[in-house]
Write a new protein. Structure first.
Length: 334
């Protein structure tokens, strides 16, 4: 199967999405009521799974996205397992039941909000709701000087593998998680010989030296255990151990941790700095984040654009103010 994918006979499959599709019937099997199983399956396929199916082909489902979808579906299944003990069911559930359920368990129970709104709209239940599931985005974050010390190390210390050096700088300077870094392809690199731009969001971002030179080297000489088995140059900037597949995010995270770079807290530090410096619209378009994520990080950083970002994310903003284009300078490595 994998050699056929590598040689272009079969299309590349979204592995995380395929695993969720296989897992869904198993978790739904915990629900004894066939009608409730059908409702949950319909919601799952038309809401969380549909979001994954609509992603661009060059950006497959990440490990983090897959975990989030599983947690959301599990939260719904647990609610429906809890209701019979209260003498209720999905059809007869009241807001008092929902409030009691949320008050007696962990914050992860709030993930039922999307399901409740969907069942209310489709008249499977009466009007039900739950608060947004939120967390402190900056709770796990490294200090700014630690982040820049890691940047200096990647730029200046000899002996660090090129792909680790490049991936680390993409995380530390542009807040790209390992899942997105691994999904970068040669087509995402736009190089006119003078300026190199990288497609991280809807608008390519200019890459400063020395990171631009590292990316050029990766395009010329891809590094991976299986790239020699492919009929031509690997399409991935970070080829994996399997022919035709990129490096696994877990493997990249392990390599970065060996260099002292903990992906989540260092990425959070990068997000905090970028949100404080860039307008929300630029933050969203250049770095490939949703406007809601931009708004959340704007609020955490206390940036001047926070009210505007929140307004846009709620979907109530009018036309975009002038001078909020993609001309903001890219972060520069020392």
């Amino acid at each position: 199967m994998r050699p056929l994918v590598a040689h272009g006979v079969l299309a590349v499959r979204d592995e995380h999405l395929a695993r969720i599709e296989r897992w869904l019937p198993k978790v739904l099997g915990r629900l004894p009521d066939a009608g409730e199983r059908r409702i949950v399956e319909r919601w799952a396929r038309w809401q969380p799974l549909r979001r994954l199916h609509r992603q661009p082909e060059h950006r497959p489902t990440s490990h983090g996205q897959a975990c989030g979808i599983r947690q959301e579906i599990r939260a719904v299944v647990r609610l429906l397992e809890w209701l019979p003990a209260q003498g209720s069911s999905l059809a007869s559930c009241t807001q008092d039941h929902i409030d009691a359920y949320l008050a007696t368990g962990p914050a992860e129970r709030l993930r039922i909000r999307s399901f409740l709104h969907w069942t209310s709209r489709h008249q499977h239940t009466r009007a039900l709701t739950a608060p947004f599931y939120t967390s402190s985005l900056a709770a796990d974050i490294v200090a700014a000087d630690t982040r820049w010390r890691l940047v200096h190390r990647l730029v200046q210390e000899p002996g660090i593998a090129l792909r680790d050096r490049t991936a680390g700088l993409l995380l530390l300077l542009f807040a790209q998680p390992p899942s997105r870094i691994c999904a970068l392809s040669r087509d995402d690199v736009l190089d006119d010989g003078t300026t190199l731009r990288l497609r991280l969001g809807t608008h390519p971002v200019e890459i400063p030296p020395p990171l631009d030179g590292m990316l050029r080297e990766l395009v010329r000489h891809p590094v991976g255990k299986a790239h020699r088995l492919e009929p031509g140059p690997s399409r991935w900037l970070f080829p994996g151990a399997r022919a035709g597949r990129p490096m696994e995010p877990v493997s990249l995270s392990r390599r970065l941790k060996a260099l002292g770079i903990r992906p989540r807290p260092t990425r959070n530090a990068s997000l905090m700095d970028l949100a404080a410096e860039l307008p929300a619209f630029v933050f969203s378009r250049l770095l490939g984040f949703s406007e809601q994520t931009a708004a959340n990080w704007m609020a955490e950083s206390g940036g001047d654009d926070a009210p505007y970002a929140a307004h846009r994310a709620r979907g109530t903003a009018g036309t975009r103010p002038a001078n909020r284009g993609s001309t903001a300078p890219a972060p520069r490595a020392p």
